[in-house]
Design a protein around this ligand. Structure first.
Ligand SMILES: Cc1cc2nc3c(=O)[nH]c(=O)nc-3n(C[C@H](O)[C@H](O)[C@H](O)COP(=O)(O)OP(=O)(O)OC[C@H]3O[C@@H](n4cnc5c(N)ncnc54)[C@H](O)[C@@H]3O)c2cc1C
Length: 380
């Protein structure tokens, strides 16, 4: 197969993974990213020594994201697992209490049997899949201490992908926004146009739907209609106190709250104190399921009240804080979109909303790599 010109829209995990794969196969790749930085939702920014992220992030050990990062780097990636003997499910207590071997063993068996109606199983599935569609790989991963926190934050992991791309000479341009596609030409909002053979839309489903719609509106509408996004509110705080009393995580399955203490999971992350990352999932009118909040701000406030109860006094100890009332957590519910649905017009899709066995970041990376390997199928 000869060299194909590939234009990747979006420098999130899906776009970066696709660019790496396609370049390795000898294609000529350009990545365009609308925002000023790469990484999309899967990254962190360093505020002083706190790597502030977009809410809590755990990666699956040896999952597609971790695998790719490991493969690229000469320096070993240090990471620490979330542990069930330091995880509390509200109403159930610590999942595997170390001081109560009998309960720990009983709970272990309950989790292995995976009866979905058991509150312990429900809580762990909720934690493993971040309130999305249950995922076997992550659920068993959680039980085997394979859901990890990276010691360098997700920014470090994204940085390794970026460094690898830089090494092979892939050009990532931050700033331009892709607006429409017409006869193999991509038009940017700044007035420029770029000619290409294959376009990979790795820009999240709403932008992908819009851009694909400029080629064929009805087709794009039909294609994207089954997607059901799940949104979340998050708050991240660096505190100079230990607020979760050493616990790695506290989960409220019923109200769909998750709070992690990165510092408890990975003590080497920095000085004394804690780094709480909390998430309230779903519950808006636009989310699937029951509506529990009138606005996203109301959800964020409810999450703060939850923290008031679980990490009392946290507000008096804040060193750094970042929050957002609404961000897309899951790009798709139970149904997803085939990667090759528009391959006949030279367009491939990549993201966690594309069909595949993985979810979240692993879904994004895996579909990105597959897109990179499938370039030839889309060449018009
Ligand atoms: C709060 C939160 C917690 C999460 N926790 C976890 C977790 O614990 N584990 C896990 O595995 N995953 C987690 N995820 C999910 C994970 O972050 C995402 O699945 C993954 O980052 C999605 O990658 P992506 O490349 O598909 O999309 P994105 O990261 O959204 O990247 C899309 C990129 O495209 C760009 N773009 C959009 N439109 C255009 C345009 N028109 N032109 C050019 N560029 C454009 C955007 O700026 C963006 O950079 C979490 C997500 C959130 C929000």
């Amino acid at each position: 197969m000869g060299m194909v010109r590939v234009l990747v829209v979006g420098a999130g995990l899906a776009g970066l993974a696709c660019a790496l794969e396609a370049t390795t196969l000898g294609h000529h790749v350009v990545v365009l990213e609308r925002s000023s930085r790469i990484g999309g939702r899967g990254t962190t920014q360093n505020l002083d020594e706190f790597p502030m992220g977009y809410g809590p992030h755990l990666f699956l050990k040896k999952g597609p994201f971790h695998d790719l990062v490991r493969k690229l780097s000469r320096v070993k990636l240090a990471a620490t697992p979330l542990r069930l003997h330091r995880t509390e499910l509200i109403g159930q207590g610590i999942v595997r209490p170390s001081e109560d071997i009998k309960t720990a063993l009983t709970n272990k068996r309950i989790l292995r049997d995976a009866n979905h109606e058991h509150p312990l199983v429900e809580g762990c599935q909720f934690l493993a899949s971040w309130g999305g569609q249950a995922n076997e790989l992550r659920y068993t991963g959680l039980q085997k201490s394979q859901l990890m926190v990276s010691n360098e934050g997700w920014a470090g992991m994204v940085g390794r992908l970026a460094a690898a791309l830089d090494e092979v000479g892939v050009f990532i341009e931050c700033g331009p926004e892709v607006q429409r596609i017409e006869q193999g030409k991509v038009f940017l909002t700044d007035g420029r146009d770029i000619e290409t053979d294959v376009i990979v839309l790795a820009c999240g489903p709403s932008a992908a739907k819009k851009i694909a719609g400029t080629m064929d509106e009805q087709r794009s509408k039909d294609l994207f209609s089954p997607l059901k996004r799940i949104s979340a509110s998050f708050i991240e705080v660096g505190l100079d106190s230990k607020s979760l009393s050493g616990k790695h995580a506290v989960i409220d399955t019923q109200n769909k709250y998750i709070v992690l203490d990165y510092r408890a999971i990975q003590p080497r992350l920095g000085r004394e104190g804690s780094h709480l990352s909390a998430l309230a999932i779903g519950g808006l009118e636009s989310d699937p399921g029951e509506t529990r909040y009138a606005t996203a701000n109301e959800r964020l406030d409810a999450l703060k009240s939850f923290l008031d109860k679980r990490a009392s006094g946290w507000q008096d100890h804040v060193i750094q804080q970042s929050e957002q009332s609404k961000i897309t957590l899951h790009d798709a519910g139970t149904s997803r979109i085939p990667q090759l649905a528009m391959a006949d017009v030279g367009v491939l899709f990549a993201g966690a909303w594309v069909e595949g066995e993985h979810i979240l970041a692993d879904g994004a990376v895996n579909s990105g790599r597959l897109a990179g390997r499938t370039i030839a199928a889309a060449k018009r």
